[in-house]
Ligand binder design. Structure first.
Ligand SMILES: Nc1ncnc2c1ncn2[C@@H]1O[C@H](COP(=O)(O)OP(=O)(O)O)[C@@H](O)[C@H]1O
Ligand SMILES: [Mg+2]
Length: 256
C-alpha cells in the first residue's frame, strides 16, 4: 500500500470575520508519498498548511487541483467510508475534544468495534476493547471512565486505541503531543513508534517542532506557506538543513 500526494493544491474560502469570502491558498502544489510502515514527518510553522494537507488526506477537504491516491485503491475521493477508514485514521492535538464527552471509553470503543467487526459478540467486543487499552499501555480501569476524567496523555492514548480499530494503513498524527506536558510527550511518541514497528502502520507525524519528531521519522517534508522548501531523509535534513527556515524549526524557534 502507498499514499501518493500529487501536486496537491487546496484553496479555501476564508471564514475569518475580516476578509470573509477571500480565497486562502493554504496548499500550493505539494507532492510526497508514504509507503507501508514508513514514518514521514510533515513540519512547518503555524499556518504553513500542515492540517489542511491532513484534512485532504482524510477526505474532509477536497483537493482544489492535484490528486490524493491510495495505490491499489485509486483515487481517495471515490471510496466508500468504511474502506477509507482502513486507509487512514487521524489523531489530533486536543485528544479529549475528539472523544464523545457523553460516552465512557469502553462504550466509545465498543461502538466503533461493532462497525468494523460486526460479527463479534458483545463479549468479544469487550475483550477486543480491553486488548486495545493494553496495546496503548492503559489500565483496564480506563474502560469505565468518561473523557473528562482522563489526563491529556490518557485521552491521547484512548484516541490512538480508537484509531487502531480499523487497522489502518496510515495514522495521521496532527501535533499529537503539542498540548501535553513535556513529561508525557516522550511516552506518546514512543508508543506511536512502537505501534509502527510492531504493526507496520505508516505514520504521518505533523509538527511545528522538528526536533520533537525527527527521531521517529524516516523522511521529513518541510513546509512553508503551503509549499515544500526541503524534503529528504530525516538524518540529512536534521544534520545539515539547507534552508534557514528548517534551521529555525530545528531550534524550535517557530512557535505554535
Ligand atoms: N477553514 C478554513 N478557511 C479558511 N482558511 C483556512 C481554513 N483552515 C485553514 N485556513 C488557512 O489556511 C492556511 C493553512 O492553515 P493550516 O493548514 O491550519 O496550517 P497549519 O496546520 O500548518 O498551522 C492558514 O493561512 C489558515 O489561516
Ligand atoms: Mg495545524
Amino acid at each position: 500500500m502507498r499514499l501518493e500526494i500529487d501536486n496537491l493544491v487546496v484553496s479555501l474560502r476564508s471564514d475569518h470575520m475580516l476578509g470573509r469570502g477571500r480565497t486562502v491558498h493554504a496548499v500550493k502544489g505539494v507532492s510526497f508519498a508514504i509507503g507501508t510502515g514508513e514514518a514521514v514527518g510533515l513540519v512547518g510553522e503555524s499556518g504553513s498548511g500542515k492540517s489542511t494537507i491532513a484534512r485532504a488526506i482524510m477526505g474532509v477537504v477536497p483537493p482544489t487541483t492535484g490528486e490524493i491516491r491510495f495505490l491499489q485503491e485509486g483515487r481517495a475521493s471515490g471510496l466508500p467510508k468504511q474502506r477509507r477508514a482502513k486507509l487512514a485514521q487521524m489523531i489530533f492535538q486536543d485528544a479529549a475534544a475528539s472523544l464523545n464527552p457523553r460516552l465512557k471509553v469502553g462504550s466509545a470503543l465498543n461502538q466503533i468495534i461493532a462497525v468494523h467487526h460486526p460479527r463479534l459478540s458483545a463479549r468479544e467486543r469487550e475483550t477486543m476493547g480491553l486488548g486495545l487499552l493494553r496495546r496503548v499501555a492503559l489500565d483496564e480501569m480506563i474502560f469505565d471512565r468518561f473523557p473528562r476524567e482522563l489526563s491529556g496523555g490518557q485521552a491521547q492514548r484512548v484516541a490512538i486505541a480508537r484509531a487502531l480499530i480499523p487497522e489502518p494503513f496510515l495514522l495521521v498524527c496532527d501535533e499529537p503531543v503539542s498540548a501535553l506536558d513535556v513529561s508525557v510527550q516522550a511516552g506518546i511518541l514512543r508508543l506511536l513508534d512502537d505501534l509502527r514497528r510492531n504493526s507496520g502502520m505508516a505514520l504521518l507525524m505533523i509538527s511545528h517542532d522538528l526536533a520533537a519528531v525527527r527521531a521517529l521519522c524516516d523522511r521529513i517534508v518541510v513546509l512553508k506557506e503551503g509549499e515544500i522548501v526541503e524534503a529528504g531523509p530525516a538524518n540529512a535534513i536534521c544534520s545539515s538543513p539547507t534552508h534557514a527556515y528548517t534551521k529555525a524549526l530545528l531550534d524550535a524557534v517557530a512557535q505554535i
